[in-house]
Design a protein around this ligand. Structure first.
Ligand code: G1P
Length: 266
């Protein structure tokens, strides 16, 4: 049987240009969806799957993320004195989450962000969460992916069917459906033109990866957008071992996009 997934990686070094000027000084991941920053939804989703170790791959202007998950002594004192127990508990639990931070330095792409975690992940399988993809809290996507991982002991990418007009924003798969909603992936294309897309199955921001991805990423050349693409590395990996896709059953909000952000808020 395959080992448990204990770690989740959050790549957050991106510049958040789609939300400028809001993201000039505020990390995109700290933009609130009602009363919680975006990244906290992803962390809570992983905690619900019993993942307790987090690695945030961070960059310039992202300090607010570290502060958010740190102790806020004065605030806690104030809340204690004014008897705001529920809020106090909510604030305190943020500081109890076990998060390590790695600086990406140069934002060379998602593949590079993941490669930065190699010395800390070493030889175990791990989850990757892209925090601007908000999965409805009642949905069990990551849980289901972990269940599937237990069975197949192979990398698993979360998938969603998207309209042709949006396909150019995603990594897209070609695959064979082995059981309902589970695809054995044959090929991946990063952000194809609509006519080149091998299907309407887009990769969304949840992955379970195995440590053999690191050696491929180490040898990876920049791809689309001049970035080291995880999609390209996975394309090489699937020549060596099976890679699966798992289709999301519930709802996802692309909070990295203005309209998606509004929908997530509503
Ligand atoms: C990244 C991946 C892409 C994936 C997407 C999901 O792209 O490169 O394959 O479909 O995340 O959100 P990004 O949105 O970071 O440009």
């Amino acid at each position: 049987m395959s080992e448990m997934i204990k770690k989740a990686i959050f790549p957050v070094a991106g510049l958040g240009t789609r939300f400028l000027p809001a993201t000039k000084a505020l990390p995109k991941e700290m933009m609130p969806i009602v009363d919680k920053p975006m990244i906290q939804y992803g962390i809570e989703e992983a905690l619900a799957c019993h993942i307790k170790q987090f690695i945030v791959v961070t960059g310039k202007q992202k300090r607010a993320i570290e502060d958010h998950f740190d102790c806020a002594f004065e605030l806690e004192e104030k809340l204690r004195k004014s008897g705001k127990k529920r809020l106090l508990e909510e604030i305190k639990k943020l500081n109890e989450i076990n998060i390590a931070y790695i600086r990406q330095g140069y934002p060379l792409g998602l593949g590079h962000a993941i490669l930065c975690t190699k010395p800390f992940v070493k030889d175990e399988a791990f989850a990757v969460i892209l925090s601007d993809d908000i999965i409805a809290p009642e949905d069990t996507l990551l849980k289901d992916m972990m269940k599937l991982y237990k069975k197949v002991a192979a990398p698993i990418l979360a998938l969603q069917r998207v309209p042709k007009s949006e396909i150019h924003r995603y990594g897209v798969i070609d695959g064979i459906e082995e059981e309902p909603g589970v695809f054995r992936i044959k090929k991946l294309v990063e952000k194809p033109e609509p006519e080149e897309a091998p299907s309407d199955l887009a990769i969304i921001g949840r992955y379970i990866l195995t440590p053999d991805i690191f050696e491929i990423l180490e040898k990876s050349e920049p791809g689309k957008g001049d970035e080291i693409q995880l999609t390209d590395a996975l394309n090489k990996l699937l020549r060596k071992r099976p890679v699966y896709g798992y289709v999301l059953k519930g709802n996802r909000y692309d909070a990295g996009d203005k309209f998606g952000y509004l929908k997530a808020t509503v």
